[in-house]
Ligand binder design. Structure first.
Ligand SMILES: [Zn+2]
Length: 176
């Protein structure tokens, strides 16, 4: 998917005036609005929603509909390949951060499973648990991960990284 062209926009347009066409696209109408009462029309608003729906079928865009007096506006950022590439890069970073976290937790679980002792004591609730009973790193009694201090620090760092990557992606997606 590349940029939306003016021809494509004209094809799905429903009587809106295209006021700005570039990185940002701005469209407006008051065709059915009440100019005297300064009230927008539900017809124009529905048309705006239909335009956005059509856009989203074919383009990777974030669009906004808004009103002011009798006017209905449709605004969106015309996405380009650069934006898509950046989006993919940010998504890949989230996946990588998630994998690092999963790998770390799996590693700790394997270590617990392969330890010599048949029991593992939870540092949090002090329950003495049969290793064979464990399904993951979490204590089956209190639910807290049974990590050593070093593992706890590493785990926390990985969680923070994952959260940051997710936030970056969300900020990028919500940016208009
Ligand atoms: Zn516990």
């Amino acid at each position: 998917m590349g940029l939306i062209t003016r021809e494509e926009l004209n094809r799905i347009n429903r009587g809106f005036d295209i006021e700005e066409f570039g990185d940002n696209v701005s469209m407006v109408t008051r065709d059915n609005g009440d100019v005297g009462e300064e009230e927008y029309s539900d017809i124009d608003y529905s048309s705006g929603l239909e335009i956005i729906k059509s856009l989203k079928e074919d383009f990777n865009i974030i669009a906004k509909i808004s009103t002011c007096d009798e006017w209905v506006f449709v605004n969106f950022k015309n996405t380009d390949n650069k934006r898509e590439t950046e989006m993919l890069r940010l998504k890949a970073e989230v996946v990588k951060a998630q994998n690092n976290l999963d790998k770390m937790v799996d590693g700790v679980f394997n270590k617990i499973k392969n330890q010599k002792s048949l029991k593992k004591t939870c540092k949090n609730c002090e329950s003495n648990i049969s290793v064979s009973y464990l399904q993951n790193c979490n204590c089956p009694v209190c639910g807290i991960e049974m990590f050593s201090n070093t593992e706890q620090i590493k785990y926390h760092k990985l969680i923070v990284t994952l959260r940051e990557k997710r936030e970056k992606l969300n900020d990028f997606i919500n940016d208009i």
